[in-house]
Write a protein that binds this ligand. Structure first.
Ligand SMILES: [Mg+2]
Length: 240
């Protein structure tokens, strides 16, 4: 095996977090008496992205994002619902909605037979724990490290230190970080000195020195085994 330790991101990598966020937002708005949730969704997405970038910089904690995203939504739109009540309902909805991507379970079953797996996610503990329980992926992972629980986030080294310690300090040379997010997963992996696998649609590029790139989770087992050589940095994957 080329890689014997695999670190997985959760949101937008294994789990369809777009569907999760959309369904939860709609339910939250409707129970607050909002007739047209879609009218506020884009504003919410932008606020949410901006706040999670603050988490990556170490300026905010996931638990601060939990309430701030609705406080800012109320402050910048004509919504007059209670932001704390919306925040509470939204995290319940996030845990309850969103499926694994097609092929994710099959891929985890395959690679878990040849490698040790960890989940390393920037997120709120109650949300991610509910999703892990609901989708049944927990048993695949020897370590589940959630930034909202451990107090440190990707891309910083500390969350990788914690993960490596929980796994019994595996070799960095045979460890691979798999994720969709360039600023947290890929920069985090590169800075920590481990190989990276960027899970991304084929029409985007990057100047970062990603080791592998896939647009289909079922392409991962051949990378893990070493059957597929590294792709050129930032280039679309050779196969789809
Ligand atoms: Mg992600």
């Amino acid at each position: 095996m080329r890689y014997t330790t695999l670190l997985f991101d959760l949101d937008h990598t294994l789990l369809d977090s777009v569907a999760s966020e959309r369904a939860s937002f709609e339910a939250t708005m409707r129970s607050g008496g909002v007739d047209d949730p879609a009218a506020y969704f884009q504003a919410f997405v932008e606020i949410n992205l901006m706040l999670w970038a603050g988490v990556e910089r170490g300026d905010l904690s996931p638990n601060q994002v939990r309430s701030m995203r609705f406080e800012q939504l109320v402050a910048t739109t004509d919504l007059d619902s209670d932001p704390i009540q919306m925040a509470d309902q939204y995290v319940v909805g996030l845990g309850a909605n969103g499926d694994l991507y097609a092929g994710a379970l099959e891929m985890l079953e395959t690679v878990s037979q040849v490698a040790t797996l960890a989940l390393v996610t920037n997120g709120i503990g109650e949300v991610q724990r509910a999703r892990i329980a609901r989708t049944g992926i927990g048993p695949f992972f020897d370590a589940i490290v959630i930034s909202g629980e451990v107090g440190t986030s990707k891309p910083g080294a500390a969350i990788f230190d914690l993960t490596f310690a929980e796994l019994g300090n595996p070799e960095r040379e045979t460890t691979l970080m798999i994720g969709d997010n360039l600023s947290s997963d890929i920069v985090g992996g590169i800075d920590y000195g481990i190989d990276t696998c960027w899970y991304a649609p084929a029409d985007t590029t990057t100047d970062l020195a990603v080791t592998h790139r896939i647009d289909n989770l079922l392409a991962l087992p051949s990378i893990v085994s070493g059957a597929q050589l590294p792709s050129a940095p930032g280039m679309p994957p050779a196969q789809s």
